[in-house]
Write a protein that binds this ligand. Structure first.
Ligand SMILES: NC(=O)c1ccc[n+]([C@@H]2O[C@H](COP(=O)([O-])OP(=O)(O)OC[C@H]3O[C@@H](n4cnc5c(N)ncnc54)[C@H](OP(=O)(O)O)[C@@H]3O)[C@@H](O)[C@H]2O)c1
Length: 273
């Protein structure tokens, strides 16, 4: 095999993308489907999750990348609220059932933010954000450990891709104390899990996105989108293909030796602080 043969090929792989029904998770799920990988998307709203899975299946049919869609759909919706340990365990059980206990890629993307002035940043602001953004990432990875290990080989490791944030690297402008702390925690737990799981041929990396269009960012980008874009060295916000590209790199042979990395995908925002 030549050095570049199939370098970015992820066809035939199966991925779980949490929060795959919207924003960054949907950008990644769409990129995976267009590349011939199967996806299981999971988020709270079952109807939205099912509708997005239908749309991804239509895309898969159009793409011509799948030859067995009549036997097996390319996208499956498994709704869950991933802010509790029990729900993470239950989703993992369902994933094992659907995949036969073998999972190539886990994208821990589901996340929430909370903005409130310093004096009002109460326990609710901490619990909601930490439970989903940090504990959810850790527990789901833990419960899917066996399935990832079953898919992993030294040449083609299983991949865990956590979605952190530039807000876990710099200090954000908005008063989002629990969110900035949670995202720094995601980056650190990524490195800790990479050390533990690397010897089992499972890579664990984080993407730290800058601003991307999503439900979470809609209000911020409506009010300050132009100013935010102007503050970034590349003078724009991120596109769907910017995000899909980073995830496909990490999921493919091209990214097989990348482990414990926190990769900003932000047009140079935090690299030029
Ligand atoms: N957009 C950006 O500029 C940006 C920048 C840096 C980092 N990020 C990170 O990117 C990730 C995705 O955010 P986004 O911007 O794409 O926001 P989004 O459009 O609001 O998407 C969030 C996704 O997570 C799901 N979700 C929320 N709470 C959940 C829960 N308790 N259990 C399971 N799923 C849940 C949502 O679906 P339901 O509501 O149906 O559950 C949705 O699918 C987050 O981790 C965020 O911190 C985003």
């Amino acid at each position: 095999m030549g050095i570049t043969d199939d370098l970015f090929d992820i066809s035939g792989k199966t991925a779980v993308v949490t929060g795959g029904s919207s924003g960054i998770g949907l950008m990644i799920a769409t990129g995976f489907i267009e590349s011939g990988a199967r996806v299981i998307i999971s988020s709270r709203k079952a109807d939205v999750c099912a509708q997005v899975a239908d749309e991804l299946n239509a895309l898969a049919a159009e793409s011509g990348r799948f030859t067995d869609l009549e036997q097996r759909p390319a996208a499956i919706a498994l709704p869950a609220d991933l802010s509790t340990e029990g729900a993470c365990a239950e989703l993992a059980r369902q994933v094992m059932e659907v995949t036969g206990g073998r999972l190539d890629i886990l994208v821990n993307n589901a996340g929430a933010t909370w903005g409130a002035p310093f004096d009002d940043h109460d326990d609710a602001a901490w619990n909601r954000v930490m439970d989903l953004n940090v504990k959810g990432v850790f527990h789901l990875t833990r419960f899917l450990h066996g399935a990832l290990r079953a898919a992993a080989t030294p040449e083609d490791p299983a991949r865990v891709i956590n979605i952190g944030s530039v807000d876990g690297i710099h200090v954000p402008t908005l008063e989002t104390y629990s969110y900035t702390a949670a995202k720094a925690a995601v980056h650190q737990v990524t490195r800790a899990m990479a050390k533990r799981l690397g010897p089992e041929h499972i890579t664990v990396n984080a993407i730290a996105p800058g601003p991307f269009q999503s439900r979470m960012m809609r209000a911020t980008l409506e009010v300050a989108g132009d100013a935010i874009a102007a503050s970034i060295p590349l003078r724009r916000i991120g596109s769907d293909s910017d995000m899909a590209g980073a995830a496909i790199f990490l999921a493919s042979r091209a990214g097989a030796y990348v482990n414990a990395a926190i990769i900003p995908v932000d047009g140079g925002m935090v690299g030029t602080l």
